[in-house]
Design a protein around this ligand. Structure first.
Ligand SMILES: [Zn+2]
Ligand SMILES: [Zn+2]
Length: 340
C-alpha cells in the first residue's frame, strides 16, 4: 500500500510499505478515506516538532471504513465508517489512574510518536475507532472529528457553560473548533485574529464578535463585550509568549485561562496577576475521550465542520497541500487529503 512518509525533516514522499495486518484480536483494519493536515504534521515535516521521530507515516486526523475486525471486537462491524482517536496511553500511570490518559506520562500520538493515518490502510485498536452515521455526516468530514476533539477538550478544561463569555485568541482551525463547541454549550464568543478572512469564517461558523488585533482595540472591545468586567474565560490558541501574557492580563477577576501552547520559551507573568484575580490557569492537551461528543455534535448538527474545509488534494499531492497551507494561512483553514 501507499503511505505518506516523512523520511527526515524536509523530505516527504509517497512510499510503498507493507499493508498492516491485525495482530491483536481487539484491533480493526481500516481503509482510510480521508485525512486533514494539522500544524503538527507540518512541524514534523519541517523538523520543528521536538516529539517526532523519523522516518514517520504522519497524520493523526483521519478516518475510513472498517474492512476487517479482530476476533474480540464487539463494538464495530465491517463496513462501519469511523474516525480514529490518535491518543495512546499506558493505562497505569498516575494520570491514567485518574482518568486522564491524554496526559499519560508515556502518552503517544499516532502520526507523531508512532505511524499515523496518512496511508491507504491503518490498523487501530477498536476502542479508539468511533463509528459515524454517514446518513447524517458527509464522509469527507470525518477527519475533522480529531481537531474538534481538541476544541471539546478545551471547553472541558475551561468549564465553559451556558452564558459564559469567552475570548478565543486565534481564528485558525483550533480557534474555530473551540468557538463552535462553546457556542453549542450556550456561551458567547469573542474571537481575535490578524486576518479579516479568518475572522469572517469564524463569524460565519458562530462567533458572536470578531476583533482584528492588528487594526482594532481589543481592550475596548472586551470592555464592551463584558460591561467592563474583563473576560471570565480566555483561551489562547495563538500560543506565543505574548499571547499567554495577554490572556492573563485580559482575564477577569475569578477568571479561567486555558493554554494549548507547546512553546518552551517562558512568558513573563508576575505571580500577583494570578493571585490578585485568583485565576485558574489550565493546560489543555490532545483530547480525553471527546470523540463521542464531537461525533454526536456532527450528527445532530450542533457542530457544522464543513466551513472549516477550505481545500482538498489527493494524498499523493501532499507536498502541494502543505505548500498551499504555508503560503496562504489567511485563506486556508483545514486542507483535506483524499485517499479513496
Ligand atoms: Zn492536529
Ligand atoms: Zn499512563
Amino acid at each position: 500500500m501507499k503511505a505518506v512518509i516523512v523520511e527526515r525533516p524536509l523530505e516527504i514522499r509517497i512510499a510503498d510499505v507493507p499493508k498492516p495486518e491485525i495482530q491483536n484480536n481487539a484491533d480493526v483494519l481500516i481503509r482510510v478515506l480521508c485525512g486533514s493536515i494539522c500544524g503538527s504534521d507540518i512541524g514534523i515535516y519541517r523538523g520543528t516538532n521536538a516529539l517526532a521521530t523519523y522516518p514517520r507515516i504522519i497524520g493523526h486526523e483521519y478516518g475510513g471504513v472498517v474492512e476487517e475486525i479482530g476476533a474480540g471486537v464487539a463494538n464495530l462491524s465491517v463496513g462501519d465508517v469511523v474516525a480514529v482517536d490518535p491518543v495512546r496511553a499506558c493505562g497505569h500511570c498516575y494520570a491514567c489512574s485518574v482518568g486522564r490518559p491524554n496526559v499519560c506520562k508515556s502518552v503517544e500520538v499516532t502520526g507523531v510518536h508512532r505511524d499515523g493515518g496518512f496511508a491507504e490502510y491503518v490498523v487501530a485498536p477498536a476502542s479508539a475507532a468511533y463509528r459515524i452515521d454517514t446518513a447524517r455526516v458527509d464522509k469527507g468530514l470525518i477527519s475533522l472529528v480529531e481537531p474538534y476533539s481538541i476544541g471539546a477538550q478545551v471547553n472541558h478544561r475551561a468549564d465553559i457553560h451556558a452564558g459564559d463569555r469567552v475570548l478565543v485568541m486565534g481564528a485558525g482551525p483550533i480557534g474555530v473548533s473551540i468557538t463552535q463547541v462553546a457556542k453549542s454549550r450556550g456561551a458567547e464568543v469573542l474571537i481575535t485574529d490578524i486576518f479579516d478572512s479568518r475572522l469572517d469564517r469564524a463569524k460565519s461558523m458562530g462567533a458572536d464578535v470578531t476583533v482584528n488585533v492588528s487594526t482594532g482595540d481589543l481592550d475596548r472591545e472586551i470592555d464592551r463585550f463584558t460591561g467592563g468586567e474583563g473576560m471570565p474565560v480566555v483561551v489562547d490558541s495563538v500560543c506565543s509568549t505574548a499571547s499567554f501574557e495577554q490572556s492573563v492580563a485580559v482575564a477577569s477577576q475569578a477568571g479561567r485561562v486555558v493554554t494549548l501552547g507547546l512553546l518552551s520559551r517562558p512568558s513573563q507573568i508576575a505571580m500577583v496577576e494570578l493571585t490578585k484575580k485568583e485565576l485558574d490557569v489550565r493546560g489543555s492537551r490532545l483530547n480525553n475521550h471527546r470523540f463521542p461528543e464531537v461525533i454526536l455534535g456532527f450528527e445532530d448538527g450542533s457542530l457544522t465542520p464543513a466551513g472549516m474545509l477550505t481545500s482538498a488534494f489527493r494524498f499523493s499531492e501532499v507536498e502541494k497541500a502543505i505548500a498551499r497551507l504555508l503560503e496562504h494561512p489567511e485563506l486556508e483553514c483545514k486542507v483535506a487529503l483524499r485517499f479513496d
